[in-house]
Design a protein around this ligand. Sequence first.
Ligand code: NAI
Length: 331
Amino acid sequence: MKTVTLIPGDGIGPEITEAVQSILKAADVQINWDIQTAGADVAQIEGTPLPNRVIESIKKNKVALKAPVTTPIGKGFRSVNVALRKELDLYANIRPCKNIKGIETPFKDVDIIVVRENTEDLYAGEEEKVNDDCAKSIKTITRKASTRIAQYAFELAVKENRKTVWAVTKANICKLSDGLFLECCKEVSEQYPSIEYKEILVDNLCMQLVQNPQKFDVLVLPNLYGDIVSDLTAGLIGGLGIAQGANIGIDCAVFEPVHGSAPDIKGQNKANPTALLLCAINMLKYINENEKANKIEKALFKVIEEGDVKTADLGGSSTTSEFTSEIIKNL
Ligand code: NAI
């Protein structure tokens, strides 16, 4: 039986994790979950929000399913999510964004894949307080990280039969750092003559994404722009409750939703488990459990398309548990 690391996270994390575990169990998925806690509560007991045991578990199992973990805002410990990606060199953050039948939004025919560099940029948290009135953040962009994320984006475009890779930067302002990212993307693009290569500034991209999202295909971005733009693309298809993601490294992968720990709805049985379930489905495909993955996906999409049982984020009034039971009924 395959062992997979499971990080239940905090906030809505444990609720949606329980939902996903029960759906996988009902679908008779044979997985041995290696449950690893992380976050603020763990820090109180173990002195760090990301104990080494979590990293070691993922290194050993090579695959993890992870619910969101809260990061204190403006103070406190470094993000567990960022630290995990850095420690395991999970350099590619893949966030597909495609309309789901039954979820009405003003945007039709959206089918975008966000490929976000996941290890450097302003996300590295290299900050310095110069004095009480001045703080600095260092934006580091390297040739190595930019080239490998560009290669990942082009390889993905080939594999998924995509037409265009758009390199997204603010290289008109960050001429050296984003300029280097762009230079690497352009260089890599020359090895893929069958894929069209385009460049766009991130501000213009945001405007065009809400006017004409159908125009876009694969987007490759430095870390921070990737983070922001992928929340925007999630909004195009119905919101964070349905936005899945994956962090891919050389020899391990951590599947986690785009959304955070949603403290505003924590413990209320309101959270939509779809994003984490889509991550789990993707994880099952990654470990070659395609049949089970397809079975769960079919049940999920059927429930969403019928629309009688949906959570509040999608305009419904069903609870997490009701939505979960309905998927199980449809397996
Ligand atoms: P958030 O993504 O947690 O929430 C934004 C909005 O979306 C909230 O109104 C929330 O209720 C809603 N939402 C999110 N997921 C939902 C779901 N599954 N079902 C229904 N509604 C959902 O973003 P926010 O509030 O900015 O961040 C909260 C915390 O999460 C912060 O500490 C942040 O650092 C952390 N975070 C963690 C991430 C991770 O673990 N990978 C990713 C993003 C944020």
